[in-house]
Ligand binder design. Sequence first.
Ligand code: C2E
Ligand code: CA
Ligand code: CA
Length: 561
Amino acid sequence: MKEFVEGRLKLKRKVLVVDDEEVERRMLAHMLKAKYDVLVAADGQEALDIIKKTHETLSLVLLDLIMPKMDGFEVLHEMMKNDKLKTIPVIMLTSEKSAEVKSLKMGAADFVPKPYEMPEVILARIGRTIQLYESNRIISATKTDPLTGLFQRDYFMNYVEIADNYAPDIQRDIIVLNINRFHIINEIHGRDYGDLVLSEVGMCVKNYVERNRGVACRNNGDMFYLYVPHQENPEELLWQVHVQLEDTIEDAQTRIRMGIYSNVDKSLEIEKRFDCALLACNSVKGNYKASIAYYDKAMHEKEAYEERLIMEMDKALSEGQFVVYYQPKYAIQGTKTVLSSAEALVRWKHPELGMINPERFISVFENNGMIHALDHYIWWKVAGQIAEWKKKFGVTVPVSVNVSRIDLLESNFVEDICEIVKEAEIFPTEYLLEITESAYTEDSAGILAKVNELRCMGFHIEMDDFGTGYSSLNMISSLPIDVIKLDIGFVRHIHENDRDYKMVEIVMEIAKLLGVKVVAEGVELEAQHELLKKAGVDIIQGYYYSRPVPPEEFEKFIVNK
Ligand code: C2E
Ligand code: CA
Ligand code: CA
């Protein structure tokens, strides 16, 4: 860009003089030649030919109005019809007062009356027009997204504010469109194809906002934001986009999802309003049939609830509102079923909201990073509990703690775990770490190094939710794990579905190959228990034996060990 601008500055700008009168043409050319690179044309057709050939470098056209065959209006009209030519400024040369207004209406930038005034005045008018058009071009290049012609995000947000100030009584809707799995589309079909999809969607969006007097922008690659006067049927946009994609693109698999925040509350900050629509849009992620969601009361309440949990988390931590429950795991393949270990599961005993299950807050805290503080506290509590039981009962009950994939990204993760275990004076072998399968597929190299380090120190690693993380066989064989924890999904219908049983058999084969044990969790029924035992599963956890219970209650399992 810089080179381009500098190049232009060093070069003389190109100006075309169009006039059928030779004397006038020469006079103008002579006037301009010191400052500009002057091209000349003697009639309308010649002018158009030159303009078409040189439009990329042509800075201005000085156009005589009255010419035989093709007059100045016709040339101007032809230029305005053409997207590339209409950006070149045209100054009309005319002796007729009445033609001035018409020229401006037709798109001319300015006019110069004949006979010509002082050369300085004409030069000044030309110079100013060129400058104006050039700076305008630079502004609109940064204002719009070149691929779709829609606004850039900042400009868009500005327009939203202006629209609200200008017409505060008009009800507005926000629509957010997102292309499902766009990065995969890009990966499989290439960037050009991805760009094509984006520009097709962008075109539908543009047509839609133009029809409905709204504005739109492209945000973060494959996300489209729209701000429109309230619509009765905003779903139609989604169908328009789908029809457009099916018509123009061979692979009709591309799916769009849409979040709508209808009749926005204008007392909310603008960014917040868009967050609401985005929340709705993300709520249909991966849900192929229902690809539209409205931001509604339930969503609002969920958000408000989560907001409250975030606000109160620190206080809850310092007041000991988070408690650890323990669920036993039993080794079932020996002659006698024996307690092998436990899993520590957090609960929030909230003074007003009652007992809150981790499903309601773990992902919230993962998203904002608070999970570190919580898990750190839980890990520390559990280490203390292991030490206490050891002292009280003279036996070790190893306990596994859950490690979030977010914890693994923390630079001190390994040191923290070591420190906790050392302080409680227990052995690493008594402390088990459950790491969800999907954590390994994210940032493998960094995570693997940490897990390996811990394993070398004697910690046992259990791969949690096995079967949900898409790791390949090849990858699993190189992972540092001691135990596979079958996801509850394998267990739930095993007694009703032969296929699930077969799947478990396959996992058992893999485990044998890797030399690791298998735990099945979520076991509730005798029938499930029997089948898992038959398949060779080593350890069972689930309501069949016990729900997660407070530590005092867990002690009965140790006593009966
Ligand atoms: P998870 O690690 O897969 O834990 C197993 C979940 O299954 C637990 O839910 C457990 O109570 C439940 N469960 C156990 N047996 C049965 C059964 O027989 N039937 C059914 N239907 N469910 C059973 P919970 O305690 O609600 O925890 C949910 C998830 O929250 C956990 O899934 C884990 O991912 C996360 N979580 C729990 N505690 C912590 C923690 O301290 N730190 C972190 N980072 N995550 C935790
Ligand atoms: Ca777990
Ligand atoms: Ca699990």
